[in-house]
Design a protein around this ligand. Structure first.
Ligand SMILES: Cc1ncc(COP(=O)(O)O)c(C=O)c1O
Length: 326
């Protein structure tokens, strides 16, 4: 009974956060309000900026979302990519995006923000993160943390404090935004030259949500594209791995994510070019040798297992340039 109830709540969450390309993967705040009313939605969990679409809820939309927390809905927002935004104007570098700007009373507004050193500070191995929220929630979290696993590594928490110093943070943000914007533009330009279409270029994060629909089958599905690139020692993440599929009730092959892959422009430029060269080779093979060699080993469950191991590996490695993850 309890499991059923949880499943129903879970599918409510999925319905409320439907993200459609026609709306540039933006959260439709009016629809969300309607879903809260009609489905009794109690909690919204989202990453913002958003992995994998590279879009973000900002400005008035974010303000309205936070306002919902003063009614009956709790917001749990993962803001690990809050510095990865790419301003058009020079004077706008050094900002970040956070729902914290719209919170009126930290103890009354039902907003929980999670952030940490992994992405903004590029220190995934440090394993230090933090949670902002109402005081009673924070005490409950620290009590359960120390009960469950003893909590975070204290020396590393102490060593992280200087990294949070505001002038240091500002310089880091400026450097990061310039560096990653240059990498984003470079990758988008090369994809365009290859005829690979990015319908909605990323305005945030370091991910590109690439539509393969216009490629000839079977290269138009994310799993085959992933498999062919693996042969070239390059990893992209098939779109369906981002499809939330509680109890495996949905047919992933009819998922709207099926024709997508997620590329990361996190690695150094040299590695990105190696990955893009690999894509060029795959497309060239498709053009000159045809499709008969493509897509024969593509069993969803097996590929997912392989990719899970590889992603776990390359996510950690990609920052120091040893793994090529795109
Ligand atoms: C949305 C989001 N939040 C947080 C993280 C960081 O997770 P961790 O620190 O466990 O590597 C990631 C990493 O990929 C992420 O995509």
């Amino acid at each position: 009974m309890r499991v059923k109830l949880l499943q129903r709540k879970y599918s409510n969450i999925l319905t409320a956060l439907r993200l459609v390309p026609e709306e540039k993967y933006k959260l439709n705040i009016e629809q969300t309000k309607k879903d809260i009313r009609t489905q009794g939605l109690a909690v919204i969990v989202a990453s913002n900026p958003r992995n994998p679409t590279g879009q973000a809820i900002m400005g008035e939309d974010l303000k309205s979302l936070v306002a919902l927390s003063r009614e009956k809905t709790t917001l749990l927002l993962d803001e690990f990519y809050s510095w990865y935004i790419y301003p058009e104007n020079e004077e706008d570098y050094g900002q970040s995006l956070s729902s914290a700007s719209y919170i009126e009373d930290v103890d009354q507004d039902s907003v929980i923000i999670v952030d940490g050193l992994t992405k903004n500070w590029r220190l995934p191995g440090w394993r230090v993160c933090w949670v902002l929220g109402p005081k009673n929630l924070i005490s409950a979290l620290s009590q359960s943390g120390s009960f469950l696993d003893g909590g975070a590594n204290h020396p590393l928490q102490l060593a992280a404090i200087p990294l949070l110093e505001s002038e240091h943070v500002k310089q880091e943000k400026i450097a990061l935004q310039k560096h990653f914007k240059a990498k984003r533009d470079h990758v988008l330009k090369r994809l365009d030259e290859m005829g690979l279409r990015v319908d909605i270029p990323p305005t945030s994060t370091f991910y590109i949500w690439l539509n393969l629909e216009h490629l000839p089958a079977p290269l138009d599905n994310g799993l085959t594209f992933f498999e062919e690139l693996l042969k070239e020692k390059t990893i992209v993440v098939p779109g369906i791995f981002f499809e939330i599929n509680p109890s495996h009730r949905r047919d992933l092959f009819s998922s709207p994510c099926h024709h997508f892959v997620r590329l990361s422009f996190g690695p150094p430029m040299k590695d990105l070019d190696m990955g893009l060269d690999a894509m060029e080779r795959v497309l060239r093979r498709a053009k000159y040798e045809g499709m008969r060699h493509f897509g024969h080993n593509c069993k969803c469950s097996e590929m997912k297992r392989v990719a899970d191991c590889l992603i776990a590996f390359t996510d950690r490695k990609s920052w120091d340039g040893k793994g090529i993850q795109m």
